[in-house]
Write a protein that binds this ligand. Structure first.
Ligand code: ZN
Ligand code: ZN
Ligand code: FE
Length: 763
């Protein structure tokens, strides 16, 4: 079968024989398509079978011309067009030449060699970089990208560095942040009162000693502070949890090298490539079973995945080589606030968490979190897009004028465009505290200032109370001519996936998540939207249920469970044995009264909440300490069960057409079967697996009813790998074309991109 892979490469790829190289490679491999050079990078579209295309991108990366350097390599699978030859296309430069702000790139192999060469003048120097690597986005104040416009401007280059910088044949020719031990920034180690403990390499060594001794170090990294401690040390890890008030959410880790990762996790070739890529994101990897893991249970609990990254800055490399064991490397922030970037913030927020601070005097201008990715169905899937990726543009045609998309409420990102370049911001976070809201405002002014943009349109969510919505409205108050458009949340999810998949025309968007404000004023989240891009119609949705105590349902998942049981069994549900949360009759009575009297029990069609409630009924967990925890553990229970015993069994369900001609999918029998399974004492894993299978069948069945061949899977629920992979394979079995996210997050981080896509349909 023919596939098409779209590849975007940025870096030193022009004037180094890159196009002829790709042309020769494509011809040799009988690949059809084209390559084009533009001021924004090299674009390739290639068609062949999947394995050949995977091999092709691997060979581009490994066999690239000697003088080329790949600063970013992004690829996505699109529908094939049926190319008949491979050609080098003429670049037609349209519009202004946009100098792009590049992302922060991990240390290159040449710089690494120097850092660990005792005879090199940059031996163990933690700020070594060159034109091929180093900080960019996190240190740029303004365009053009010159040293004086970065936070390196205050460091006067020494004669040796200047000689390299001005020599066109040198790897550091115009490497704007270049530095050496003589002239560049230096690290210092401070105690949590700010008292100097050590400088330069003594500081790193002392920090390493303290980590070995079970202490917690706040490290000033590339895009902000990280909190670091020995991942093998249960006491240290527990202490970090207590101090950070993060009870159960897994911690990301940094491992010293790829082999140490392979000792703990299953690592496919794709995953290894991603871990070792120039973007160096956190990759979610399946833990090996039945091994004697060195990682403390405090790091990820019973989660079958570890979030792991490799060292990506010289400081990380030096520290990790000294340590030689995995560390927790979690964001240096309090709960959901943005990560700290300055010493002032770090001491204010983190002095109660970290024992010492490993800091330096190169300023970080904006927060850029570590990105999170995973491989799903053999493809990369972005979960949190920040360091290494942001702020590289997506290309979207048809947007008129300048548009600002203010994004959602949770996991916020914003987007602005310059012509067809859409700049989606780095992950900002939940707009629920002053710090995040300030960060949101800063990112808006930051991205618009970079490209000197004055939006004439603002796109926001429909939810009247979202900070991002109110912000859009407040802009309108200041500038009367500004047009504000509100886009329904789940429709924006669908549009974001359509945009990155290059889809136009009619699709069925399966948009499943936790919450989004519906056009009828209720909370949606289990939606089937028919859309041609420009418009949408809600063609089907999960049957509504109530959330007693509203927002609390996110934590108290048993309340949702109770509401589901109550709607199926009525009052009798209180007498169901074997369901843990029913035992607390005082609690359940209160909830029942709320449901009976309809007090603070909003109606929702949320698939995310349905997963939560079902997880509680199946006995997985009654209370969540972070959003979707119950649903995640439900997925893991199903997954570990299916490792040994596979079943395609699912609980049956009914679909009815309501008076508006909209299909409503009843989950009643699914919940009834789940409860009955629990009564029989069926294995939790089996119940979980059947539930997941049922949800996938709901998607397949609804797609059949609506008779739309192209199905888009989007929304936070599809972070659930089991649900996503099961839905893809079942839909494909039934002959549907399935699309899901690759470069843009399926969760709310992708909403701003979808809002921007909406703008492309405006006149
Ligand atoms: Zn380098
Ligand atoms: Zn120097
Ligand atoms: Fe959402």
């Amino acid at each position: 079968m023919t596939h098409k892979l779209k590849i975007t490469i940025r870096g030193v790829v022009q004037g180094v024989g890159f196009r002829p190289f790709v042309y020769r490679l494509a011809s040799e491999m009988h690949i059809k398509g084209w390559i084009i050079n533009s001021s924004q990078g090299v674009f390739i579209e290639a068609e062949s079978d999947k394995a050949t295309l995977e091999n092709f991108s691997e060979r581009i990366r490994t066999e690239r011309p000697a003088n080329s350097y790949i600063q970013s390599f992004e690829s996505s699978w699109l529908d094939p067009e049926g190319f008949t030859e491979f050609e080098i296309r003429e670049s037609k430069e349209q519009g202004s030449k946009t100098a792009l702000v590049l992302p922060d790139i991990s240390t290159c192999p040449d710089c690494l060699d120097e850092i660990f060469d005792p005879n090199n003048r940059r031996y163990l120097y933690p700020f070594t970089n060159c034109t091929n690597c180093g900080p960019r986005f996190s240190i740029i104040a303004d365009l053009p990208y010159d040293r004086c416009n970065t936070t390196m401007g205050e460091f006067e280059m020494c004669p040796e560095c200047r000689a390299e910088y001005t020599d066109p044949l040198n790897r550091r020719f115009h490497a704007e942040p270049t530095a050496c031990p003589k002239c560049g920034p230096k690290v210092t180690l401070l105690d949590n009162n700010g008292k100097l403990l050590a400088e330069k390499n003594d500081a790193i060594n002392m920090a390493a000693d303290l980590i070995r001794g079970g202490k917690i170090v706040a490290l000033k990294g590339i895009g902000g502070y990280q909190l670091i401690c020995d991942a093998r040390n249960g006491t240290a890890s527990r202490e970090l949890r207590t101090r950070k008030r993060r009870s159960e959410k897994p911690f990301a880790m940094m491992f010293p090298d790829i082999n140490s990762v392979k000792a703990e996790c299953e690592v496919s070739a794709e995953e290894e490539r991603l871990l070792c890529s120039v973007e160096a994101p956190i990759v979610l990897l399946k833990r090996k079973r039945g091994i004697d893991s060195v990682i403390s249970d405090e790091c990820a609990g019973t989660n079958p995945y570890f979030g792991i990254m490799l060292p990506y800055s010289p400081l990380h490399h030096i520290l990790m080589r000294e340590l030689g064991f995995p560390v927790i490397a979690t964001s240096g922030n309090i709960s959901e606030e943005p990560i700290c970037t300055t010493e002032e913030q770090a001491f204010e927020k983190l002095s109660g968490i970290a024992d010492v601070f490993l800091v330096h005097n190169r300023k970080i201008l904006r927060h850029v979190d570590d990105s999170i990715t995973r491989i799903v169905n053999g493809r990369e899937m972005m979960m949190r897009r920040a360091r290494g990726y942001a702020p590289l543009p997506l290309v979207m045609d048809g947007i008129k004028g300048t548009v600002l998309a203010t994004g959602p409420h949770l996991k916020n990102t914003i987007a602005v465009n310059k012509d067809s370049n859409v700049f989606v911001s780095q992950h900002i976070g939940d707009l629920e505290n002053v710090e995040s809201i300030n960060a949101f405002k800063n990112v808006v002014s930051d991205l618009t200032a970079f490209y000197e943009l004055k939006p004439d349109r603002v796109i926001c969510d429909m939810h009247p109370d979202y900070i991002s919505t109110r912000y859009a409205e407040s802009m309108k108050e200041k500038v009367q001519s500004l047009q504000v458009h509100k886009v329904q949340h789940h429709y924006a999810h669908v549009l974001s996936c359509m945009a990155e998949s290059g889809l136009e025309g009619e699709v069925l968007g399966v948009s499943w998540d936790g919450t989004g404000f519906g056009t009828d004023g209720t909370i949606w989240g289990g939606e089937f939207l028919l859309s041609n891009g420009a418009e949408f119609r809600r063609a089907a949705h999960l049957a509504p249920f109530r959330l007693p105590a509203g927002e609390q349902a996110i934590q108290d998942v048993w309340k949702t469970g109770y509401s589901l049981l109550y709607s199926v069994f009525g009052k009798d549900c209180d007498n169901l044995p074997n369901i843990e949360f029913l035992k607390n009759t005082a609690q359940t009575r209160l909830i029942r009264q709320m449901l009976e009297k309809d007090i603070n029990s909003p109606v929702t069609t949320s698939a995310g909440r349905l997963f939560d409630g079902a997880a509680a009924i199946a006995g997985i967990r009654n209370k969540a300490t972070f959003e979707a925890q119950a649903a995640m553990e439900f997925e893991f229970a199903a997954e570990s069960y299916s490792d040994e015993l596979k079943t395609n069994d699912y609980f049956t369900f009914e679909t009815v057409k309501n008076s508006n001609g909209v299909y409503e999918i009843s989950w009643s029998n699914i919940i009834r079967s789940l409860a009955e399974g629990a009564l029989r004492g069926e294995a939790k894993g089996l119940l979980a697996l059947k539930f997941h299978n049922s949800m996938a069948e709901i998607i397949v069945n609804t797609a059949k009813l609506l008779k739309i061949n192209r199905v888009v899977l989007t929304g936070g629920c599809f972070l659930n790998k089991l649900l996503l992979e099961r839905s893809i394979s079942r839909l494909e079995e039934e002959g549907f074309k399935v699309y899901w996210h690759q470069r843009v997050p399926t969760g709310d981080g992708g909403i701003s991109a979808g809002q921007m896509k909406f703008a492309s349909y405006l006149k």
